[in-house]
Design a binder for this molecule. Sequence first.
Ligand SMILES: NC(=[NH2+])NCCC[C@H](N)C(=O)O
Ligand SMILES: [Mn+2]
Ligand SMILES: [Mn+2]
Length: 320
Amino acid sequence: MTDSPSRFNQPLGGNEMPRFGGPATMMRLPTQPTAQGLDAAFIGVPLDIGTSNRPGARLGPRQIRDESRMLRPYNMATRAAPFDSIQVADIGDVPINTFNLQKSVDIIEAFYDEVLSHGTRPLTLGGDHTIVLPILRAMKRKYGKVGLIHVDAHADINEHMFGEAIAHGTPFRRAVEEGLLDGERVAQIGLRGTGYAADDFDWSREQGFRVVTAEECWHKSLTPLMEEVRAKIGDGPVYISFDIDGLDPAYAPGTGTAEIAGLTVPQGLEIIRGAWGLDIVGGDLVEVAPPYDTSGNTALVGANLLYEMLCILPGVQRRS
Ligand SMILES: NC(=[NH2+])NCCC[C@H](N)C(=O)O
Ligand SMILES: [Mn+2]
Ligand SMILES: [Mn+2]
């Protein structure tokens, strides 16, 4: 059966070009210089000068794109058909200034203002978690305050790091201070490890966040939790920020601030799939550090999670 040619961009097929060949874009999709005409865009932010331990996330976008060559167009678990439904492309990387974090934040913010001006929903390949702050600033100008589904081992609500307000451990405190988030519509899932004080997670709770520690997730499906999260998030715009270190280091070793006893990959999939039906305005997958990812499997997991975010975007049909 020969399908009529789609009016939407298609990833280059694994039987058209060997998976180890072809363009080095996300899912080997077409590329274009801006988000004009796109419903969704994959964007790389190759920044890691906000990291506090292992470096390397600057190489995350390139590695996630490389490992995304294994992805096929249809989601066999949810029957989502993103490339039959919406227009998607890879619009490349944000030209950050790797010698100046503040200037990079400004560059990222301006880049996402332009992307959002087209009504496009960005799916971002990080880079370290600092990048979510400028993205959320742009989101506020487009949508007003947004809800947040945040997967992470860390709350990333530090007051500062070495006295600096901007780093990968501070973005969500800055976001609350700047009025970018609707605290009552925020869930942080996977928090764990050691802290600077016993009440480190309480600041999130004081903002109205639903804090789900890793211990609360152990040994169970997260599908029931996502029913609660969907009810909390409601109908308003919501952003997904997925720090790959929310997963256990056994499944995602290639990351900069690994913490033991994290989420499984199936639980990560349940979280994203459980957001189906929400008004997802964008998402990111951050903190993949290829120099510590000798097998490439951390980047492979990241690529799959970004694909799952694509599959739950508004407008993406599911095949009956
Ligand atoms: N996005 C991240 N990986 N954040 C890591 C922050 C680490 C932790 N908050 C610390 O201060 O040590
Ligand atoms: Mn983290
Ligand atoms: Mn983080």
